[in-house]
Write a protein that binds this ligand. Structure first.
Ligand code: UT7
Length: 339
């Protein structure tokens, strides 16, 4: 570990991965009572990807996304110092990051999971940048990956229409302070409303006969959609404004609005509240639905691949979701580090 000194941090490369199986709104309407019309108008989602097949897990998607990011800059995985896997759907409650570390050959990297639902990638980026800015580490891989299809009650039309599986990754590196690209962040948690969106652990009523111990298992996703919607539309604009204010920046400085891809109506309502033109919204919701921790890095990677984002563009990135957690990062993009 290096001595403490304030450095900058920047994103060197991104990568993403989606499963090959897609599920359209029409296909879902054969499973539950819904319609393409209802889903499209209420959410903007047309289809989503599902990780099907035996023994496929979030690790497989995370590895694909990580390798794509590494390949883009021809980085040897042994140069990674830290891997943060933001996921709420690990295939091991002790964490899945260490398996990703082993399978991509990043044997010098410390690896851990970070659980913060749909805000996970934002919190992962902020965590990574702290290690980089302090000088502790030089190269950090942040992955946002979720396979919530495994945690959905496929008979619940209020949730099963929303979610899809995916992974996205970003490689961050420390840099001189004058090149700093992760300009600032603003994070929040309010556990008072955690019941509005959860995958709760349910205990058996009857305890172990000798130990008075109640064991149990996790349930499916449960969500109060209206409350989560109201929370997102009221709190996310405030977080973005606070973050911009801390940098003495204004809405006019924002070139791109990259929100957690939960619902097209939420993206538009947040942009409206902030008076940001809809042409600045980055969205891929129609193709993938809500991919939880993967949604922001997946959309970022696609926008970069499509050459949407230019040198020095300011991106307001905001995540929100279960916890409840929400927060913003303001990034200044550096085209020299693309692809
Ligand atoms: O990533 C975590 C963050 N999560 C979110 O951001 C989710 C935020 N919430 C939402 O996106 C929206 O609340 C939903 C898309 C989940 C729901 O849209 P809504 O406009 O809030 O609908 P609603 O829950 O108020 O339901 C309206 C009606 C209800 O019928 P009644 O009570 O008016 O007769 C529902 O039963 O729509 C019904 N409904 C459906 N109808 C057809 C609910 N789901 C469906 C469905 N198909 N899939």
């Amino acid at each position: 570990m290096k001595s403490f000194m304030i450095q900058g941090s920047k994103i060197l490369a991104t990568g993403s991965a989606i499963p090959s199986t897609s599920l359209s709104n029409d296909q879902i309407s054969e499973i539950v009572q819904t319609s393409d019309e209802w889903i499209s108008t209420r959410t903007g989602i047309k289809e989503r990807r599902l990780l099907t097949g035996l023994n496929q897990s979030v690790i497989d998607l995370a590895i694909l996304a990580a390798n794509k990011a590494l390949d883009k800059i021809s980085m040897d995985p042994s140069n990674l110092d830290l891997i943060i896997l933001a996921t709420s759907s690990p295939n091991d409650l002790f964490g899945s990051a260490s398996q990703v570390q082993a399978k991509i050959g990043a044997l010098n990297a410390v690896a851990f999971d970070l659980t913060a639902a749909c805000s996970g990638f934002v919190l992962g980026l902020v965590t990574a940048s702290q290690f980089l800015r302090s000088g502790s580490y030089r190269n950090v891989l942040v992955i946002g990956a979720d396979v919530l299809s495994k945690w959905i009650d496929w008979s619940d039309r209020s949730t099963c229409i929303l979610f899809g599986d995916a992974a996205g990754a970003a490689i961050l590196q420390s840099c001189p302070i004058e090149d700093n690209a992760i300009l600032n962040f603003q994070l929040n948690t309010d556990g008072n409303y955690s019941d509005n969106l959860s995958i709760a652990y349910q205990e058996e009523i009857i305890p172990h006969p000798l130990l008075n111990l109640h064991q149990g298992s996790f349930k499916y996703i449960s969500m109060n959609g209206r409350e989560v919607y109201k929370f997102a539309v009221s709190q996310v604009p405030l977080s973005i404004l606070k973050c911009l204010n801390s940098l003495k920046m204004s809405i006019d400085d924002v070139d791109w609005l990259l929100l957690h891809q939960a619902n097209e109506r939420i993206l538009n309502a947040v942009a409206d509240k902030l008076c940001i033109s809809s042409s600045k919204i980055i969205t891929n919701l129609s193709k993938y639905g809500n991919t939880s921790a993967a949604s922001i890095p997946l959309a970022l990677d696609e926008a970069i691949e499509e050459n949407k984002i230019s040198n020095n563009d300011i991106i307001a990135v905001a995540g929100f979701g279960a916890g409840l957690t929400w927060g913003t990062i303001i990034i200044r993009w550096e085209s020299a580090i693309l692809k």
